[in-house]
Design a protein around this ligand. Structure first.
Ligand SMILES: [Zn+2]
Ligand SMILES: [Zn+2]
Length: 225
């Protein structure tokens, strides 16, 4: 009833073509370009489910990096709308887009977590966009979503450090919450867009140090290249 009422005042329109009837219409929905085949993100060799190849594995703490879509107009606009126009309602759509790409993968008994926003961003936006996506995705995949990671960085403190200390401060910027037991767990790590992979790597390192067995990173898009 409330939904009907809200719909009456603020009818849902496609964020791309403005057609009435939903935030993304069925026509525009076809414009997200799937990344196929998946590759090892670092040497770009073809690799099933984005598994990091043995040569690159020494440098990274996650096992897979699965990229769902090309980071082109449609995905960019969706994420911009979601993150900067405070359209938290789009989280469900993002989760569904991810789900479509990874539903065939066997994730039995995996835990879902996400790359957390820092506190400043969280306060400004009023929500953590990756957390919302991860929560909806956990419904679709029927897996548990946990707030495992937190971001520690404090930029004021950061600016007072010399360069060397600053680098190491950035390095330890994510940590596992103290009450989280993830020993021997397989983790799906969600982020929106990957560029160098260093953020995912820092998160994966923290997860591994806390005992995680495997870390499977999934992102909506990559802005590399
Ligand atoms: Zn449309
Ligand atoms: Zn490689």
């Amino acid at each position: 009833m409330i939904k009907y009422f809200l719909n009456f005042i603020f009818p849902e329109r496609c964020i791309f073509c403005r057609k009435l009837g939903g935030y993304i219409c069925s026509e525009c929905d076809k414009n997200f370009i799937e990344v196929k085949p998946q590759i090892c993100y670092f040497c770009e060799e073809v690799s099933v489910f984005g598994k990091i190849c043995p040569r690159c594995k020494n440098f990274f703490s996650f096992d897979n990096l699965f990229i769902c879509y090309r980071y082109k107009f449609f995905l960019k606009k969706l994420l911009l709308n979601f993150k900067y126009n405070f359209r938290s309602i789009l989280a469900k759509k993002c989760a569904l887009l991810i789900y479509k790409r990874i539903k065939e993968i066997n994730f039995k008994n995996c835990l879902i977590c996400y790359v957390p926003s820092d506190k400043k961003r969280f306060r400004w936006r009023g929500f953590c966009h990756t957390q919302l996506i991860a929560r909806y995705l956990s419904d679709y995949l029927d897996l548990e979503c946990k707030d495992i990671l937190e971001k520690k960085v404090n930029s004021d403190f950061q600016s007072r450090l010399d360069r060397g200390a600053r680098m190491s401060n950035i390095k330890g910027k994510f940590s596992v919450r103290f009450n989280c037991n993830i020993v021997n767990k397989n983790i799906i790590l969600i982020d929106d867009v990957v560029s160098t992979g260093s953020t995912l790597n820092e998160c994966a390192k923290a997860l591994r140090n806390a005992g995680a067995r495997r870390v499977f990173a999934v992102v909506m898009g990559s802005n590399k290249g």
